[in-house]
Design a protein around this ligand. Structure first.
Ligand code: ADP
Ligand code: ADP
Length: 228
């Protein structure tokens, strides 16, 4: 689904953020990139949706070099959730969730149904929340809207960068559990970034451990625990 071939990323200031990683994200799995702050997780993820370009090596998406795919098309196929999700504050919750389906020219009824379905799924009953504004919601509720927005247009892949990082521990655990439930019903491929090994082991089918820009281990959670 997503393949990294000897990928390097050097930023303009000389920082060697990613130092030759090779691995494949298998379709339908949740692959967690885990490692200490600054080890290159975010950069690695941003090489997938072309927010960053490799300075060496190639990232393939469905067998095609991502450089050969139009960035706009790629980003409609790949949902992105970040810690400080960046909801559009001047738009209602429903309008936020509808952003990508609208870009894709879905018809109105299909968009409305999808928004209702996702808000309900994320524990924000649509009739109560779709006309609210993001500023009226708690941090946990905003993060739920962010996840709903990323899922809205049935993306093939979702990239999640510390999606629950800013939440208090209880809300965080609630959202992790809800997301695991949702994930078991989707066949979406998920790449999940966290610095928290417990979160990685809980959320991932595959764990990619990074350190200093390198991929130091790649395995299932069970095998990783057997052979730390
Ligand atoms: P992580 O997600 O694991 O915290 P990042 O990929 O954000 O790691 O960063 C990896 C390294 O690259 C860090 O040293 C970081 O400071 C550096 N870095 C990230 N973005 C940039 C940038 N735009 N310009 C220069 N250095 C950067
Ligand atoms: P994270 O730890 O979640 O990767 P950071 O706080 O490292 O996030 O980075 C936040 C933003 O700042 C990113 O867009 C990253 O590209 C940028 N950034 C990080 N480190 C540097 C740096 N040394 N120089 C310039 N930009 C950076």
């Amino acid at each position: 689904m997503i393949r990294f071939d000897n990928v390097h990323k050097r930023y303009d200031d000389g920082t060697h953020a990613v130092e030759g990683i090779d691995f494949e994200v298998e379709a339908g799995t949740t692959t967690v990139l885990v490692g200490p702050s600054g080890c290159g997780k975010t950069t690695t993820m941003q090489l997938v949706n072309r927010l960053e370009e490799p300075t060496e090596g190639t990232v393939h998406y469905d067998g095609t070099d991502v450089r050969d795919l139009p960035a706009t098309e790629l980003r409609q196929d790949i949902g992105y959730v970040i810690q400080d999700i960046g909801l559009f504050d001047h738009m209602t919750v429903g309008e936020n969730v509808a952003t990508v389906p609208e870009l894709k020219d879905w018809d109105r009824d299909r968009i409305d149904d999808r928004v209702d379905e996702l808000l309900d799924l994320m524990g924000l009953p649509s009739e109560e929340y779709r006309d609210s504004y993001p500023t009226e919601l708690s941090g946990g509720q905003r993060q739920r809207v962010g996840v709903a927005r990323a899922l809205a247009a049935d993306p093939a892949v979702i990239l999640m960068d510390e999606p629950f990082g800013a939440l208090d521990p209880i809300t965080r655990e609630e959202l992790q559990d809800e997301f695991l439930d949702i994930q078991s019903e989707l066949d979406t491929t998920i790449v999940f970034v966290t610095h928290d090994i417990d979160e990685a082991l809980k959320m991932g089918d595959r764990i990619a451990v990074m350190n200093g820009g390198e991929l130091v281990q790649y395995d299932t959670p069970t095998r990783l625990l057997d052979d730390p």
